[in-house]
Each structure stands twice: as C-alpha cells, then as structure tokens.
Design a protein around this ligand. Structure first.
Ligand SMILES: Nc1nc2c(c(=O)[nH]1)N[C@H]1C(S)=C(S)[C@@H](COP(=O)(O)O)O[C@H]1N2
Ligand SMILES: [Mo]
Length: 367
C-alpha cells in the first residue's frame, strides 16, 4: 500500500471546543442524515434516506387504521388502506430535504437538529393523488386550507400537539401531491410514515406529513404550531416571519477519494479525479451546476446529466479534476431556471432554515 500519507499533514482528530450539547447529540443520533457517498444512487436505498421525526415513531395497525377526510366537504370520507390501494395509483420520484439542512453551519448556531448538509434523500413514492380523493369528497367553495394531521403526538416549546401542517387549497390540488403508501415499491417503512404519508414534491420536508390520519378542509388560514410558529424565517423572536415553503437550489459533491475516520477529511492521489454529485431545486427546474477547486475563487461549469423528466428529483452532475499535490477546498453550487442560486456565505435566521450556502469539501492530494 503506497499511501505517502507520512509526507502530508492532515487535520488533527476531533475538535473538542464546538460546544454541541447532549440534547443536540440525542436528536442527531435519532434523526440521521444520508451518508454523502449515497449521492451515487439515483434512488436512495431507504435505510440511507435521511430521517426526521419530531416526536416518537407511532406503531400503527394497518387493519384498524383509517384516513378521515372531513371539514368543508359534501361527503366526508373514512378510507381504509385497501380503499386507497384500490384507486388509480401514481408514482413520483421526489428529492426530499429537511428545511433545517445546513443549520449546524450557522453562527450563532440555532439549537435544533444539527444538520450539516446531509438531510436529503430521493425516493419513488407511490400513492393516490390527493386531488382525486378531494374530488370524491367534494370540497366546498368556502374551503381555504387543507389541514393534515399525523398520528404522532408530543410537545414543542411548551405546546402539546399532534404533528399537523396545512397547505393552501391551490397547493394541495396540484397533480403531483400524493397520499403515498409505498416508498421505492415497498410499503412505507415505519420511520417514513407507515401506513400513509403526504408527499408534496418541491417543498421542504416538514410539509410531507407522516403517519397521516386526518385531512380536514377549513375556511381560514390554519394557525397550528408547525405553520404559524415553527417553520418561519425570522431574524427576531417577535416578528411573524415568512413561511418556509419550496426547496432552495443546492448541489452536493460525492466526497472524493477516501476519508480520515475521525475528521472525515478527504484524501486523493495525484492525477485525474472524477468529481460527481447531485443537484436540485424545488423552486424552478435546474439550470446549471458550477465547480470550484480553489474555494470559490474561480468557477467552471460542470456537466449536468440530461433531463430525464423527473422534475421533482435531483440530477447528476460531473466534472474532472487534474489533482496535483497540495491542500484544496472543493466547492459546488447550483442555479435554477429562475436564477435562484447558492450564496457563498450562510444567511442566518433564528430557526436555521433553508441555509443553502455552497457545499465545500476540503481535500488533501498526496505527493
Ligand atoms: N407526522 C409527522 N410528519 C413529519 C414529521 C414529523 O415529525 N411527524 N417530520 C417532518 C419533517 S421536519 C421532515 S424533514 C420530514 C422527514 O421525512 P423522512 O423522515 O421520511 O425523511 O417529515 C416531515 N413529516
Ligand atoms: Mo425537517
């Protein structure tokens, strides 16, 4: 084994001064990210898909479970899993990302699940278009919001609640919004919402309500905790803030070469290195991906894989790099067709949401 490692100095092992709390560690151990090498797969193997659960994972009995559709409808519905499975199905490939992805890079660090950049995954979700079920129920003209309730229950900043999120009716009635009972062709795993979850392609993760048990049409904007308090971008505690909705563009790099165990610093050998990764945006179709090997001083265009029609899923990008001995910081950024791109510096907000600053990967090229 010719490593030449003895000739370079790598970063020392683990830093001890970052002040992360045991509570944050407990959150991070339950709610795992996707190992970035899994960016190689078009579809994330379910065990590698990121996971985020505010409370406990409920154990639901698929036989007694029901989905209720109530509120401002002409025919309230009470659907079994078999009722849903008997309807025409649709499959949509969706890249899902937690709105808190990137949070741990912010200073001061907002205290919550401390994601770096790995809170993402892509799956094929199969289920019934929500609009078909709502058409059967007959939504009244006075309907404004659709409230989705999960079977999980907990307390958040002193407020006891079921996990609930709403969508405005026009957002809920889009073709691609699904009541999904399969992930990658298999029944949903317990941690991803068994037996049924909402899938809202293009939106950050919090909208995709897991363990769905109730859909209710209401005649005014829903003011539940997850809509009115939690997922809003704020600079100060007393402002109402802007709601968090669609996924901002992001490109990630499959970490090249091989890692140091503790620091995860990357090591490559000199010569041609194939760089590749994935990029996505929930706001508009992707337009370009750029790569830098000098920490964002100069950029060049990467090759974006052909558009395969999966509007709501990430796309592969690639570039080659002639690596010479030395220390580098690789960086990658995506831009979408509306001109949304990734900032060089983190944009801070209290909740640590939607931080899509460029992905940077320090690399040592051996002599
Ligand atoms: N019922 C329920 N749905 C939920 C959540 C939850 O805690 N309870 N977490 C949300 C958040 S914040 C995210 S990012 C996604 C994560 O989905 P995943 O765990 O399947 O990746 O689920 C969303 N749906
Ligand atoms: Mo999330």
């Amino acid at each position: 084994m010719d490593t030449r490692l003895s000739e370079v100095s790598l970063p020392a092992g683990l830093a001890t001064d970052d002040g992360i709390t045991l509570e944050e560690l407990a959150l991070a151990a339950r709610n795992h990210g996707m190992p970035l090498e899994a960016l190689r797969h078009d579809l994330t193997p379910p065990g590698l898909h990121y996971l985020l659960t505010h409370y406990d994972i409920p154990a639901l009995d698929p036989v007694s479970w029901r989905l209720s559709v109530t509120g401002l409808v002409s025919t309230p519905l009470e659907l079994t899993l078999d009722d849903l499975r008997a309807r025409p199905a649709r499959t949509v490939r969706v890249t899902m990302e937690c709105a808190g992805n990137g949070r741990a890079h912010l200073r001061p660090r907002p205290i919550s699940q401390p994601w770096l950049v790995e809170a993402v995954g892509t799956a094929e979700w199969t289920g019934v278009p929500l609009r078909d079920v709502l058409a059967d129920a007959g939504v009244d003209d006075t309907g404004v919001d659709v409230v989705f309730t999960g079977a999980d229950h907990g307390v958040e900043r002193g407020v006891e609640q079921d996990y609930q999120r709403s969508l405005a009716l026009p957002d809920a009635l889009r073709d691609e919004v699904l009541l999904a009972y399969e992930m990658n062709g298999m029944p949903l795993p317990p941690q991803h919402g068994f037996p049924l979850r909402l899938v809202v392609p293009g939106w950050y993760g919090m909208a995709h309500v897991k363990w769905l048990r109730a859909v209710e049409i209401v005649d005014e904007p829903f003011t539940g905790f997850q809509n009115a308090v939690a997922y809003r971008s704020r600079q100060t505690a007393d402002e109402p803030g802007e709601p968090i909705t669609h996924i901002a563009p992001r490109a990630l790099l499959i970490p090249p070469g091989f890692p140091d165990f503790q620091s995860r610093h990357r090591i490559v050998r000199p010569g041609r290195v194939e760089l590749a990764g994935r990029a996505w945006s929930g706001r508009a179709p992707l337009a370009s991906v750029e790569i830098s090997t000098d920490d964002g001083v100069t950029w060049r265009e990467a090759t974006l894989a052909a558009d395969d029609g999966h509007r709501w899923a990430w796309r592969r990008w690639s570039a080659t790099w002639q690596a010479e001995p030395g220390r580098y910081t690789l960086a990658v950024r995506a831009t979408d067709a509306d001109g949304n791109t990734q900032p060089e510096a983190e944009a801070w907000n209290r909740g640590g949401f939607a931080n899509n600053a460029v992905h940077r990967v320090p690399v040592t090229c051996l002599p």
